[in-house]
Design a protein around this ligand. Structure first.
Ligand code: MN
Length: 265
């Protein structure tokens, strides 16, 4: 009896057995990795960063997907549907038999269960979205055939859009410069998945403010709004830069911002 009491006392002094208590999880910014999406199910350069993978009885996953200009998913369905939150750039989504819809930063798309569809970037702009998907019996997606160039409509869209901004501004005097601007700067550098279009806009606008380049700043302020920066964020950037790049540069940039903001809702 004495032994038993001593054993019980000893046991009571042990730390409690680690129960499977659920714990709060925080996946810190910058600690997750992005991987190239499978060429079997995507066309073009696509990077996927899983934000959350379900554990135990949970069924919902979330991933951040970045599409370079022209890149898109194959046709597919989700057994329990999917929600897409567009975080940067301009893209496209289409359900079988429906029109191709343009989507922009801030738009939220819901795809009903079982509906055949695809999503991706626009032909001349990168796009990033967060995809939230619920699995049924462990399966969140059924992949189908690729979206052909004809279905994607890249060529018609490029033709319908007419000459690019670089072609209009530079093409008559310096056609090679216009071509390099379209193909190398915007077609390649801006489309690279290493930085989001939003971040590329923020650093470009900052550099143009710092160098006091109001002509180029005008079009890049507008592009920055397309890429998901808000007017308040751009105003904050030029206020910040007054201290690093000079007061007169920030004042000039404020005049440009006023012009650009007036043309945007
Ligand atoms: Mn989908």
């Amino acid at each position: 009896m004495k032994h038993f009491a001593a054993a019980a006392l000893a046991l009571s002094m042990l730390p409690p057995v680690a129960a499977a208590e659920p714990e709060l999880q925080i996946s810190r910014a910058g600690t997750r990795t992005a991987n190239s999406a499978s060429a079997q199910n995507f066309t073009g350069s696509v990077r996927v960063e899983m934000l959350y993978t379900p554990a135990g009885p949970e069924r919902t996953s979330a991933g951040s997907v970045s599409f370079a200009a022209g890149a898109r998913t194959a046709w597919h369905t989700h057994p329990l549907g999917q929600t897409l939150i567009v975080t940067a750039g301009v893209g496209r989504v289409q359900c079988l038999g429906g029109p191709i819809e343009e989507i922009k930063a801030g738009d939220v798309v819901h795809i009903p269960p079982g509906m055949k569809h695809w999503h991706g970037a626009a032909p001349t702009s990168a796009m990033a979205h967060i995809a939230i998907t619920e699995a049924l019996d462990g399966k969140a997606v059924d992949w189908l055939e690729q979206v052909s160039d004809a279905q994607y409509g890249a060529s018609q869209a490029a033709a319908a859009a007419g000459p690019s901004q670089a072609q209009r501004l530079l093409g008559d005097v310096a056609p090679k410069l216009a071509q390099l601007t379209d193909d190398v700067l915007f077609g390649d550098v801006w489309a690279r998945p290493g930085l989001s279009p939003r971040d590329r806009s923020l650093i470009t606008v900052s550099a143009l403010i710092a160098m006091n380049r109001p002509d180029q700043l005008r079009s890049h302020m507008s592009r920055a709004l397309d890429n998901g920066l808000s007017k308040d964020e751009l105003a904050e950037a030029l206020t910040h830069l007054a201290f690093y790049a000079g007061w007169p540069n920030a004042v000039t940039a404020t005049g440009v911002a006023r012009e650009v903001f007036a043309t945007r809702p």
